[in-house]
Write a protein that binds this ligand. Structure first.
Ligand SMILES: NC(=O)c1ccc[n+]([C@@H]2O[C@H](COP(=O)([O-])OP(=O)(O)OC[C@H]3O[C@@H](n4cnc5c(N)ncnc54)[C@H](OP(=O)(O)O)[C@@H]3O)[C@@H](O)[C@H]2O)c1
Length: 310
């Protein structure tokens, strides 16, 4: 339970992670103001009980200012995770953060913002996505010191409602593991409700964790190599490992980029995404966030995916 029930503005409350944040805040007795862009096609995903407020993520939208002024704290869980050019990622990952920070910093006693960044921000050279996530963090590090903020950098998140990792895990459960990375690649994962608990911990320990940038994963030391990944998803039975040549994947990504330009969709598989998924090691360290807030993850990949797949 929070010390006292508060009003929390959640930006990105229609998304995979944001909707679970909204639901958990409500479940523990907080009020949730869900800021939803007018063009959202996912309004039906909002948890029952949140108050939806229409607003664009731009500083001069009076609806954004009015909503933020009603909130005791803000969770920024909006983000663009697919796109063709850097410009596709900027509105949600940088300009929106800037708009929110600007409104909050104007107050005499600015309210806290918790930003969901990404472990990708630690390697901004890899992709437009990674660069935009880092730039979103820099908006907060450059804000007036009076603005309280906490940045959380989850690694790859899975759980109910996820559409990105789910198909990969589905194949692995059936015994097929496609491996575009090097043989000694090390990956990390985190279950969505552990991310949600981290957000709640950040809200509840605003002072102890203030102005910190914290990596989050499931706490497995050194992450997962191919063997431990395979064993987590398919504890019994054979796993067929299918190496995917990096050059082939990069070629498909380039074609996908062209098609996206031609057909007008936001691509997931891009050359930048290939660099991300073949990166040698995606590892974080939970220790600083645990020390500041007491948060610890509750699911490793085996237990988290067993609960997910039943
Ligand atoms: N999923 C992961 O594995 C993972 C890992 C690390 C970090 N993260 C970060 O966590 C955050 C949430 O990710 P997710 O997986 O929940 O993504 P998601 O399911 O795609 O949800 C994205 C959310 O952001 C909103 N949004 C996108 N562009 C917007 C814009 N221009 N203006 C206002 N709202 C906008 C969407 O609202 P609409 O309903 O309007 O589309 C939706 O609520 C992102 O910042 C992502 O970078 C995710």
């Amino acid at each position: 339970m929070p010390p006292t029930a508060r009003t929390i503005a959640v930006i990105g409350c229609t998304g995979f992670i944001g909707r679970r944040i909204g639901a958990q805040l409500l479940a523990r007795g907080d009020r949730v103001l869900a800021l939803v862009r007018p063009s959202s096609r996912h309004r039906a995903a909002l948890p029952a009980g949140v108050e939806a407020v229409e607003s664009d993520l731009v500083a001069n939208d009076p609806r954004l200012t009015a909503a933020l002024q009603r909130a005791d704290a803000v969770v920024y869980a909006a983000g663009a995770v697919r796109g063709r050019t850097l410009a596709d990622f900027l509105p949600a990952n940088v300009q929106g953060v800037s708009a929110v920070a600007e409104v909050l910093a104007r107050e005499a006693q600015p309210r806290q913002v918790v930003l969901l960044s990404s472990l990708a921000a630690a390697a901004p050279e890899l992709s437009h996505y990674a660069q935009s996530k880092r730039r979103g963090e820099l908006v907060l590090t450059a804000a007036p010191a009076s603005l309280p903020w906490i940045v959380l950098r989850p690694t790859a998140v899975y759980g109910p409602g996820d559409r990105e990792l789910r198909p990969v895990f589905d194949l692995m459960r059936r015994g097929w593991m496609f491996t575009p990375g090097a043989a000694d690649q090390r990956l990390s994962f985190i279950e969505v409700d552990d991310v949600v608990r981290a957000v709640l911990a950040a809200l509840d320990h605003a002072d102890a964790a203030n102005h910190g940038i914290f990596a989050l994963d499931d706490g497995r030391p050194g992450g997962y190599d191919r063997t431990t990944l395979a064993r987590s998803l398919r504890p019994a039975g054979r796993m067929r490992c299918v190496p995917v040549p990096r050059g082939l994947l990069a070629g498909i990504a380039r074609i996908n980029l062209r098609l996206a330009q031609f057909c007008g969709y936001a691509p997931m598989l891009t050359p930048g995404k290939v660099r991300e998924i073949t990166h040698p090691a995606w590892l974080g360290d939970n220790a600083p966030f645990t020390a500041a807030t007491g948060w610890t993850p509750q699911s490793d990949l085996a237990t988290g995916t067993r609960a997910l797949f039943g």
